[in-house]
Design a binder for this molecule. Structure first.
Ligand code: FES
Length: 90
């Protein structure tokens, strides 16, 4: 059974399946999310986790530990591990 989580992004809410990149789920549901490479290189999809848990499958993000501890993540690589509240702004 696939787990599905809710992602709150400012005034919008969308759903994401476990192991699905958050960016893919957002774009499929009509969220205007800046992006380019979808491979963890350009950092255009950078977002900030306010609450909840996320995980990277496969490729590690090109972000420092400090940036990750501050909540920054790459949405093209990260998946949800719980319901999330996130922001596209610092
Ligand atoms: S879209 Fe390029 S790093 Fe995510």
């Amino acid at each position: 059974m696939t787990r599905t989580f809710q992602v709150s992004l400012e005034q919008q809410v969308f759903s994401v399946e476990a192991e699905q990149p958050i960016l893919n789920a957002a774009l499929e549901q009509g969220i205007a999310w800046p992006h380019r490479c979808r491979q963890g290189v350009c950092c255009r999809c950078l977002a900030r986790r306010i609450s909840g848990e996320l995980v990277y499958h496969g490729m590690a993000p090109m972000l420092s530990n400090a940036e990750q501890q501050q909540g920054w993540f790459l949405a093209c690589l990260a998946s949800a591990e719980s319901d999330l509240t996130i922001s596209l702004e610092g």
